[in-house]
Design a protein around this ligand. Structure first.
Ligand SMILES: Nc1nc2c(c(=O)[nH]1)N[C@H]1C(S)=C(S)[C@@H](COP(=O)(O)O)O[C@H]1N2
Ligand SMILES: [Mo]
Length: 211
């Protein structure tokens, strides 16, 4: 992992870590059951693409941590980042293979904040009012990225730029676009789609679509 600035977003794509074999942990096939592969990258948002201001944007880490953290956009971009080739599985039935995302692995942020022993769950929040939740152990993986880059460019706004979460081991609604906060919880809570009947665990290889 190397520190990066906006200028070397493209250089960061040079060393790509292939995480596409993580499916072997969950099933025999790279394509989860009931999914079809697409080369498109559809946009799925509950409402429109929110505006953001790099001057006032703030990302916070709160809740059951030793030290709550707040980052400006400039500070966040100085965190150690890496580029991974990842698969992306939408609960509506499409999967996109080999997505090159660049960003900060979840465990890096967790380490900086110091996660409390009684933390068991995580809630992500976003600029459009979206929230999504995951068990802590499903977040503490190198493949869960706070991604600011896609295919060597800044992440497009429709796909969650400036910053989104990606969760290649879970359906993609677990990855909050326009993420601006992560809260560590001592009890499980439900996010936007989880309150509306979607699965809390969302494992594509078990077809955990609804709860
Ligand atoms: N903030 C926010 N994040 C979100 C959503 C949303 O509406 N708002 N939609 C989710 C859903 S249902 C999916 S499938 C993916 C879609 O990401 P994409 O638009 O880049 O394909 O983002 C997820 N993250
Ligand atoms: Mo989705």
């Amino acid at each position: 992992m190397t520190g990066t600035t906006d200028d070397d977003a493209i250089d960061a794509a040079d060393d790509v870590i292939d995480t596409t074999s993580l499916y072997r942990e969950f099933g025999d096939d790279r394509l989860p059951p009931g999914q079809r592969e697409t080369s498109e990258f559809p946009v799925l948002s509950k409402s429109g693409t929110p505006a953001w201001d790099p001057e006032s944007w703030e990302f916070t880490v709160t809740g059951a941590v030793d030290e709550e953290l707040a980052f400006s956009w400039e500070e966040f971009r100085e965190l150690p980042s890496e580029t991974q080739r990842q698969d992306f599985h939408c609960v509506t039935g499409w999967s996109k293979f080999d997505c090159p995302f660049t960003g900060v692995p979840f465990p890096v942020l967790a380490e900086l904040a110091g996660v409390s022993d009684d933390a068991v769950h995580v809630m992500f929040s976003a600029l459009d009012g979206y929230t999504t939740d995951l068990p802590l152990e499903d977040c503490m993986r190198e493949e869960v990225l706070f991604a600011w880059g896609y295919d060597g460019e800044q992440l497009p706004a429709d796909h969650g730029g400036p910053l989104r979460v990606v969760t290649p081991h879970r359906y993609a609604y677990k990855g909050a676009k326009w993420v601006d906060g992560v809260e560590f919880l001592t009890e499980s809570e439900r996010g936007y789609w989880e309150r509306r009947g979607y699965s809390q665990t969302a494992n594509p290889w078990e077809e955990e679509r609804y709860s």
